[in-house]
Design a protein around this ligand. Structure first.
Ligand SMILES: Cc1ncc(COP(=O)(O)O)c(C=O)c1O
Length: 392
């Protein structure tokens, strides 16, 4: 299978980890040689409830037996999508009341950018340096990291960049700006939180200029930061909320949420202003519904902060310079890229899955399932500390 993987499947790097998967359950992934790997990455924050959570599996199985795909998004009334959008709205503040379900995070970003231009009639989009919003052309255009985008130019026009957390730059948002798009917590950049009321200040400026604020919660959303959505930590409600990853407990999904009035602009002039065949797919919506219920009806969100405290207490070492992030979205900051590689690769051999961040070579990603146990955290942290002790 390994040879076929390298022969027939397109690779995204010259050196994929190429772990050969047998199955996965809870906080563990099992390889075909029978080894168990403790998962501190959770499919890059996607497996919010761990692998194959029984309630998600049951919801999928029940739905698969009823119907799997009947029509393109938006035409038919399909109970899982309706129930999901209604439940989600009940957990969101005004004006986040209407949801457009799509298939991935990047597609949700595309929808949000289109919606902002359609609603405001303006074209300028402001994004942040070091921002990551996905890999399709629109999302790539608002990526704040030139080395990963320059070879794909020309990208979409009228995009400007500001420095995240830099107050002076907020005045660059003007009456010409359709939208400001920000990650609530910058992911690829190193799990950087907004500081000094930054998001509140951006919100205020957007209100003054009639600019829409788009918050990308694709990574921090769904309980990972001690609230259902990270923006609840920073006193700021966006006009358009973009979600994905952990939303469906490990299945492909994305969505953007806005006011009913704004979303109505996608219905006409032109008609079908944003369409997708599989968006709102009933199987994915059923998984999303089961995931949202589990996250909101248990103590998982609250426990996220207790688990963060355990990580912070255990992960103390002379090579650890800081731990960025919040809740179960943590980046262990090491002295240099060499130590990062050493820790990720040594732990991989010892049965602990860690990963890198896209733009910050000194960071080790820790984004385990929200369901991870305290014992599993201790076990994984010991492996990290052992790897750091081994570093010469
Ligand atoms: C903050 C953020 N936005 C957008 C995306 C893109 O989501 P997807 O990979 O589902 O297209 C990601 C994925 O890593 C992300 O972390």
């Amino acid at each position: 299978m390994r040879e076929d993987f390298f022969t027939y499947q397109t690779q995204t790097t010259p050196h994929p980890l190429a772990l050969e998967i047998s199955h996965a359950k809870g906080s563990y992934i099992y390889d075909t040689a029978g080894n168990a790997h403790l998962d501190f990455v959770a499919g890059v924050s996607a497996c919010s409830l761990g692998h194959c959570h029984p309630k998600v599996v049951q919801a999928v199985q029940d739905q698969v037996e009823k119907y799997m795909h009947v029509m393109v998004y938006g035409e038919y009334i399909q109970e899982p999508a309706v129930a999901y959008a209604k439940l989600l709205a009940s957990h969101l503040p005004y004006p986040l009341e209407t949801t457009y379900l799509v298939n991935s995070g990047t597609e949700a970003i595309e929808g949000a950018l289109k919606l902002a231009r359609r609603v405001t009639g303006r074209s300028q989009i402001i994004s942040a340096n070091q921002a990551y919003h996905g890999n399709t052309m629109g999302s790539l255009s608002v990526m704040g990291y030139e080395p990963r985008k320059s070879v794909f130019r020309p990208l979409i026009p009228d995009i400007s960049f500001i420095a995240y957390n830099k107050e002076e730059d907020i005045s660059k948002i003007t009456h010409k700006t359709a939208a400001v798009i920000l990650e609530t917590i910058q992911g690829a950049a190193g799990f950087l939180q907004p500081t000094n009321g930054y998001l509140t200040k951006v919100r205020k400026r957007c209100n003054e200029t009639g600019t829409l604020l788009i918050l990308d919660e694709i990574q921090p959303g769904f309980g990972r930061t001690g609230k259902l959505f990270a923006f609840e930590n920073y006193n700021c409600v966006p006009d358009i909320l973009v979600i994905g990853k952990g939303m469906a407990g490990g299945l492909p999904v994305g969505a953007f949420v806005a006011s009913k009035e704004m979303m109505a602009t996608l219905q006409d002039q032109p008609k079908l202003g944003h369409i997708t065949t599989f968006g709102g797919n009933p199987v994915i919506a059923a998984a999303s519904l089961a995931t949202l219920k589990e996250i909101t009806e248990t103590k998982l969100i609250q426990e996220t902060l207790e688990k963060e405290a355990i990580f912070r207490e255990l992960l103390q070492h002379k090579h650890i310079k800081a731990i960025n992030g919040k809740g179960l979205m943590l980046a262990v900051m090491l002295e240099n890229e060499k130590i990062t590689n050493h820790v990720v690769l040594t732990c991989a051999k010892k049965g602990l899955i860690l990963f890198w961040l896209l733009f910050e070579p000194k960071a080790v990603r820790i984004s385990p399932p929200l369901t991870i146990s305290k014992e599993e955290i201790e076990k994984g942290c010991n492996l990290i500390l052992n790897a750091l002790n081994d570093y010469i």
